[in-house]
Design a protein around this ligand. Structure first.
Ligand code: NAD
Length: 247
């Protein structure tokens, strides 16, 4: 897909990785529907990116809001051929100290939101002759992490749902892939110290622009990929730099 042919809905697009992706794609001529629950930030971003970019409120847990957003994209852009299911939240807590409310809220936004997004957008993408969906998982969808049990569960679910959708939507010409960022400097990670990334092969947090570049690649270039994982983590899941030593 040529970037200027993209007609995309981005969830959680008001800031962080979603906003960086909106900026990159808009800069290459794409039509972008920025959606979020942060109306001031989302509206200001869309206004700053020109007439091909719109903002609308979309709580990803609300099926009615999904239907309205897809209808807006079709009316404003003449169709929809791409979706970045990016909205997500992080909640701290181990398996034993995560509340049921926190657990359910994380699954509702991170998993049900992705499910509803694909369900709402697939018919429009089918009508457009196909397209591509990028579901934002995490390295927490590839391995375990202590202290964020609900988040880990949700991101593995996004990875699994991506594989199911890739099979279900293949005959419609819709590719579906999962994205697995490691630590990225965004508002979500503002209280997580730099040292968290110190032992990685690339010992720093990534930038939202670096993730946006991979989303662009997945939408525009990865024409022989569907159902699979794309990792952008500074090597975090490869291992730690410290050598194994013996006493
Ligand atoms: P962020 O907090 O800056 O952005 C997340 C956005 O999602 C926010 O704008 C927020 O308002 C929105 N959002 C939250 N609940 C919503 C809802 N119910 N409906 C619609 N929008 C909602 O964080 P980010 O780092 O840019 O995160 C984007 C995605 O990347 C998330 O899915 C996150 O889990 C994933 N991710 C982030 C990192 C990281 O280190 N930052 C690493 C791996 C994966």
């Amino acid at each position: 897909m040529n970037p200027s042919d993209i007609r995309i809905l981005i969830t959680g697009g008001a800031r962080g990785i979603g906003a960086a992706t909106a900026r990159l794609l808009a800069g290459e001529g794409a039509h972008v529907l920025v959606t979020d629950v942060l109306d001031d930030e989302g509206g200001a971003l869309a206004d700053s990116l020109g007439p091909k970019v719109r903002y609308t409120r979309l709580d990803v847990t609300d099926p009615g809001a999904w239907a309205a957003a897809v209808a807006l994209a079709q009316e404003a852009f003449g169709g929809l051929n791409a979706l970045f299911n990016n909205a997500g939240i992080l909640a701290f807590g181990s398996v034993t100290d995560t509340t049921i409310e926190d657990f359910r809220r994380v699954q509702d936004i991170n998993v049900t939101g992705v499910f509803l997004g694909m369900q709402a957008c697939a018919p429009a993408m089918r009508a457009a002759g196909g397209g591509a969906i990028v579901n934002n998982s995490s390295t927490a969808g590839l391995q375990g992490y202590a202290g964020i049990a609900a988040y880990v569960a949700s991101k593995w679910a996004v990875r699994g749902l991506t594989k199911a959708a890739a099979l279900d939507l293949a005959r419609d010409g819709i590719r579906v892939v999962s994205l697995h960022p490691g630590p990225i400097r965004t508002p979500m990670t503002e209280n997580i110290p730099d040292e968290t990334a110190a032992g990685q092969p690339l010992p720093r947090f990534g930038e939202p622009d670096e993730v946006a570049a991979m989303v662009r690649f997945l939408l525009c270039e990865a024409t022989y990929s569907t159902g699979t994982e794309f990792v952008i983590d500074g090597g975090a899941t490869v291992g730690r730099l410290e050598p194994v030593t013996a006493d």
